[in-house]
Design a protein around this ligand. Structure first.
Ligand code: 13P
Length: 256
């Protein structure tokens, strides 16, 4: 089986001015040693308004944290007030772009088709999408998790060729676990992540073994270790706990 380097990403959501963002990324880096970056790829995803400032700090101080964005629009340019293109992100040395976060699906009506167009746009611009999927509590209780999440995966990857698939990341984020303090049990999270990989295997064969599947939803320093011990969980997409440099650094160094 292919070696998959874990990927721990902080999704800052709508938090921090650019001035605060600079402090947070600096403080986070002070708490991490060179060795920590060997164990896991570390990504921070600030709001658009902080990308430039965070990029400048990361590059000036040679901090090996990768820059991520939280969203993108699929059109290349034009009359799309308020939107941000992939080229704009690429030129800021953004490496990862979250697409299809459940908050975007819920509050901004993003469909699987939109997520698919965004993922393809990100790939065309040589960045890597973090494709988010996950079920509601009602779907889980109705036993629909695998069907629903499977269909989200197929929708997001529709027409994405195998040559590009290896650099895509999937984040399994059950909606009921996001910001609630109620994380999925490691076994439940692993079983859905394994199902996601079997969907990817059906699409991409062995390439699926290179693709990283993260878990997200109330990841904290106290539960990261047991989540990362699972065979099909290759990292975490961290919301609330990534806002605190101490907590985020403890999550990144989960294996200590
Ligand atoms: P929390 O870690 O705050 O539950 O958020 C998870 C998330 O939505 C990351 O994208």
């Amino acid at each position: 089986m292919a070696e998959r380097k874990p990927i721990i990403a902080g999704n800052w959501k709508m938090h921090f001015t650019h001035l605060e963002a600079i402090q947070v990324v600096q403080k986070t880096s002070y708490r991490l040693s060179e060795k920590d970056y060997e164990n896991a790829e570390v990504v921070v995803c600030p709001p658009f308004t902080s990308l430039r400032s965070v990029q400048t700090v990361l590059e000036a101080d040679e901090i090996p944290i990768q820059l991520g964005a939280q969203n993108v629009y699929w059109e290349t340019k034009g009359a799309y007030t308020g939107e941000i293109s992939a080229e704009m992100l690429q030129k800021l040395n953004v490496r990862y772009v979250i697409v299809g976060h459940s908050e975007r699906r819920q509050h901004f009506g993003e469909s699987d088709e939109d997520v698919n167009k965004k993922a393809k746009t990100v790939l065309r611009h040589e960045m890597n999408p973090i494709v988010c999927v996950g079920e509601t509590l009602e779907q889980r209780e109705a036993g629909e998790t695998h069907d629903f999440v499977g269909s989200q995966v197929r929708g997001a990857f529709d027409g994405v060729p195998r040559t590009n698939a290896g650099r895509c990341v999937v984040a399994y984020e059950p909606i009921w676990a996001i910001g609630t303090g109620r994380n999925a049990t490691p076994d439940d999270a692993n079983s859905v992540c394994a199902m996601i990989r079997s969907e990817l295997r059906a699409l991409y064969g062995d390439t699926a073994d290179e693709m990283r599947v993260q878990y997200g939803g109330s990841v904290k320093p106290g539960n990261i270790h047991e989540l990362m011990a699972m065979s099909d969980i290759d990292g975490a997409l961290v919301g609330g706990a990534s806002l605190d440099p101490d907590d985020f650094a403890r999550i990144v160094t989960y294996d200590r």
